[in-house]
Design a binder for this molecule. Structure first.
Ligand code: C5P
Length: 232
């Protein structure tokens, strides 16, 4: 899979999601389905969106004991998502078990990404809540290296981290990066952001874009602008 723009479909119902996706008649975007939509609508939402011709990043961020994650991944694999993910903090054995569960009898599987540290976690949380006395950048890189060791395909990270992750884990190790804003757009609650063009320069493989597209008066035009800036 090459460079692409993934739209974060952070909607709470299938109806709202389909109303949004129906606007895209020429090019079917790669979509991200998160916990809100999945828990509201169940696995059927994945099958439905897939049937409409979209590729799917199922962003459920699994984190449990290895055996439970392995079995859950086998269920997600049968849904035919293109990308799924988990928390790298679940440790290397959990990530290895996840890969096993995800692999279908014919050897194929969705891509598997690790979340390193959530962008809502800051240095103070790391030290005071988690008792991790190391700089955030070291922790992110260490978790990315663990994911690579376990055989995963890449990480979800800030575009600001894409370059160092590639330097440490190789250029084929995918960096999928949210926190994207247009140069003339609203930041919303995102703090450390990049434009699609800057994310391309930084080496992101996929950008995840939510509100700059979903809240735009013309979502198709906003999506096409992302495509132009990121892939041209
Ligand atoms: O609307 P916006 O472009 O900020 O949406 C970004 C999407 O990426 C949301 O679905 C958000 O949950 C997700 N995300 C993020 N930062 C992370 C991981 C995921 O913004 N570190």
């Amino acid at each position: 899979m090459g460079k692409d723009v993934i739209i974060a479909c952070d909607f709470s119902s299938a109806e709202e999601t389909f109303r949004f996706l129906d606007r895209f008649t020429e090019r079917k975007p790669f979509v991200k389905i998160g916990m809100e939509l999945f828990y509201a609508e169940g696995p059927e939402i994945v099958r439905e969106i897939k049937k409409r011709g979209h590729r799917i990043f199922l962003d459920l961020k699994l984190h449990d004991i290895p055996n439970t994650v392995k079995k859950a991944m086998a269920v997600l694999s049968a849904l035919d998502a293109d990308i799924v993910n988990l928390h790298a903090s679940g440790t290397v054995p959990m990530m290895e078990a996840a890969l096993e569960g995800l692999t279908r009898p014919d050897g194929t599987r969705p891509l598997l990404l690790a979340v390193t540290q959530l962008t809502s976690t800051d240095q103070r949380h790391l030290e005071e809540d988690l008792l991790i006395q190391r700089p955030m950048a070291d922790v992110v890189l260490h978790y990315a290296e663990n994911a690579r060791k376990a055989g995963l395909d890449g990480v979800v990270c800030s575009p600001l981290e894409a370059e160092t992750v590639h330097a440490a884990c190789g250029k084929d190790f995918l960096t999928v990066t949210p926190g994207i804003r247009f140069a003339d757009g609203d930041l919303g609650d995102q703090k450390r952001v990049m434009t699609p063009a800057a994310a391309k320069e930084a080496g992101s493989d996929y950008i995840v874009v939510g509100r700059p597209v979903t809240a735009s008066p013309d979502p198709v035009a906003a999506y096409m602008r992302c495509i132009r800036e990121f892939t041209d």
